[in-house]
Design a protein around this ligand. Sequence first.
Ligand code: KG4
Ligand code: ZN
Length: 330
Amino acid sequence: MNVIILAIESSCDDTSAAVIRNGEVLSNCIANQEVHRQYGGVVPEVASRAHQANIIPVVNLALQKAGIGKEAVQAVAFTRGPGLLGSLLVGTSFAKAFALSRGLPLIEVNHMQAHVLAHFAEDPKPAFPFLCLTVSGGHTQIVLVRDFLDMEVIGETLDDAAGEAFDKSGKLLGLGYPAGPLIDKFARQGEARFPFPEPSVPGLNFSFSGLKTSILYFLKKEMGNDPDFIEKNLNDICASIQTSIITILMKKLRKAARQTGIGEIAIAGGVSANSGLREALEATGKKEGWKTYIPAFQYCTDNAGMIGVAGYYKYLKSDFCGQDAIPFAR
Ligand code: KG4
Ligand code: ZN
């Protein structure tokens, strides 16, 4: 069977389109919305408007890069949620219009499932069952993945997501948005010499709001003694914040692996681009005897390639949706 899918992702602030042939990503194009930087976070209405401007050019680019004409597309996959409603509406409406005008089946994709299935865009692919720590700006989950479309969330954050912890801490330090990649960069040159208390959360769940508060109080106190404290110690503060977040994540991941007896361990989502987390996974994997899986950078942060891969496995099951599918926020 030869199946070509056009995939659309517009859940947050990146407009992305991809072309997938038989599960293989031929093109994966992303229009980043730099406009949010000046506000220190994503402004939902600004995001929807930018998606509206970007969607046609990014789809045309994806088709062109894949060397595929519109007439060759056999199905359209789109992110239905979770995400920002105004942003999701742009991708959803585009996907519906494209499918309607060409008489094609529509495939709705769950954004979090797609982050997990990003692991099937390239080799090496994890074997079932595996555990996936999905860490993004909006979610932090440990997912037990039994099959392509059979997943169970066995742990999640009770408050902030790991990416949010990076971004909010970065804001306290006066860093731009998103702060995750910047903290990563500064942390590489620093030493984690400022300890922050670890939250005590039962089971496999996470909490990051306490960390944000302790960073706030720590900075207030130190700045009271020396107004240039952040400037003088930026690398070490970033290394300390990053180490704290990674410690919280890895502790629960180890617990989940021991509890389930599963040794195939993956990470996914925007925060899986973090160099410290990638190193920690490899190091812990060696110690614990895990086989570890880390996606290529282009499949970590939001991208339509992962939506297309998820769409492909739904296509194989004829799991289509109607024109009445509406986006969901969470
Ligand atoms: O998956 P994603 O692109 O979008 C959501 O679905 O939320 O994740 C975005 C998040 C942001 O919070 C960003 O700061 C974080 O991923 N992020 C990173 C890194 N790259 C992106 N966090 C830490 N280190 C990085 N290198
Ligand atoms: Zn995401």
